[in-house]
Design a protein around this ligand. Structure first.
Ligand SMILES: C[S@@+](CC[C@H](N)C(=O)[O-])C[C@H]1O[C@@H](n2cnc3c(N)ncnc32)[C@H](O)[C@@H]1O
Length: 384
């Protein structure tokens, strides 16, 4: 179409005028262009090709194509919506509750002394969580959540792999819980679904993001449940939590800011690979170590911490865990033990693809048939 217009115009204009118009047109186009020369999404991909190509070797091309493809979601059933038909409706869509499915497979031996059929609690998983996913290779989408009869939404759509850190935390009834980097609140909501929190402190440095967290809580959790679980939302710097409330919590979730690998390949806005954010990106592992160390200091001796990211980077995952454990040993004389979560691979292998060679913790890697993650999570016990 554009070339037709140009060839028509050629007959009407003298050669010199035509050249002028073309030049003006070229200039206009240049000035009109708003896209950055090097989009952050492209810089992210270049960075990943360099680092993850080495880190994952032959696995990288398949992870790469999955990261660039549409991700899958899970529907976390809202136990507070009191609509039993939700699970039936999700089943009619041929979605399955992956938590319950792992449970009924009973692939894991119950803990010693237990003879009854294993329950999520016996695998040291947080209880009462129901999350529906479509089976491997089924790329159907969930319809949007609806308002239930109690005035709260019936399910919350999230990356189903995001539930694994909450399951790994292994909440017990009556726990005091801290969610150190909580916004926008998918994992906070899951923590509340367990009905185990005596107190829940949900914190996030960003006030705009704690605003989103408030909205999620209002849309999904009735006021009386928020009161019962004594939900407290704050906007403090999580790095200071150890000084503010040391030795205070039974369970702490440290879901840190990271390179959010999937987001960084798809969204220009707020992308950490923007050139202007290079320093911030380079400082991430340090911030992550500080946040994890603060989370461990906030935990009671004998309590548990789960560290998680949605990045594939060893530097932001295993190295951070090792760095924080060393820091606590050297500066505070506090001993921390990494818990074995390899049973998660077996339990959830129908739903997620796991990287087989993490030194500490577990990593869900995106796969075209099960396009969740990335999600890294590592459980630690504070011993002293
Ligand atoms: C991965 S997101 C958390 C996602 C959240 N857990 C969820 O499931 O919805 C990381 C969060 O850390 C917050 N953050 C960054 N620096 C922080 C700090 N120093 N203290 C506390 N939160 C921080 C960010 O604002 C961001 O919301």
């Amino acid at each position: 179409m554009a070339s037709l217009v140009v060839s028509g115009a050629r007959h009407l204009l003298r050669r010199a005028d035509f050249a002028k118009v073309l030049r003006r047109h070229r200039h206009k186009k240049k000035w009109a262009a708003t896209e950055p020369k090097f989009p952050a999404t492209r810089l992210a991909l270049q960075n990943f090709d360099m680092t993850y190509g080495v880190q994952f070797g032959d696995l990288w091309p398949s992870i790469r194509v999955s990261l660039l493809s549409e991700q899958k979601y899970g529907a976390l059933v809202n136990n507070f919506a009191a609509c039993d038909h939700v699970s039936d409706e999700l089943e009619q869509l041929h979605a399955r509750d992956f938590v319950n499915k792992a449970h009924s497979h009973g692939e894991l031996e119950p803990e010693s002394g237990q003879t009854a059929a294993p329950s999520p609690a016996s695998w040291a998983c947080s209880p009462n969580l129901r999350c529906f996913t479509f089976t491997r290779g089924d790329v159907s989408r969930f319809p949007p959540a609806r308002l239930g009869s109690l005035g709260v939404m019936d399910y919350y759509l999230m990356d189903a792999a995001s539930l694994l850190p909450v399951l790994a935390l292994g909440l017990q009834p009556g726990d005091t819980v801290l969610d150190l980097c909580a916004a926008p609140g998918g994992k906070t909501l899951a923590l509340l679904q367990t009905d185990c929190c005596r107190n829940l402190a949900a914190n996030d440095l960003s006030t705009s993001r704690t605003g989103r967290l408030h909205k999620v809580l209002h849309s999904y959790v009735p006021q009386d449940v928020r009161d019962k679980s004594r939900v407290r939302v704050t906007s403090w710097d999580g790095r200071k939590w150890g000084e503010l409330e040391g030795d205070a919590y039974d369970r702490v979730l440290v879901d840190v800011p990271c390179t959010t690998d999937r987001h960084s390949l798809h969204e220009e806005e707020n992308n950490i690979f923007q050139r202007s954010r290079k320093k911030e990106r380079q400082m991430l592992p340090m911030l992550q170590v500080q946040l994890l160390a603060a989370g461990l200091l906030a935990t009671k001796p004998g309590g548990y911490v789960v560290y998680s990211t949605c990045s594939l980077s060893h530097l932001q995952n295993e190295y951070v865990v090792q760095g924080a454990i060393e820091l606590l040993a050297n500066q505070y004389n506090i001993e921390v033990r990494v818990e074995d979560l390899t049973h998660f691979r077996k339990l959830f292998m129908d739903t997620f693809s796991f990287f087989p060679s993490c030194q500490v913790g577990e990593l869900v890697i995106p796969n075209l048939l099960a396009n969740f993650g990335p999600m890294y999570f590592c459980k630690m016990c504070r011993l002293t």
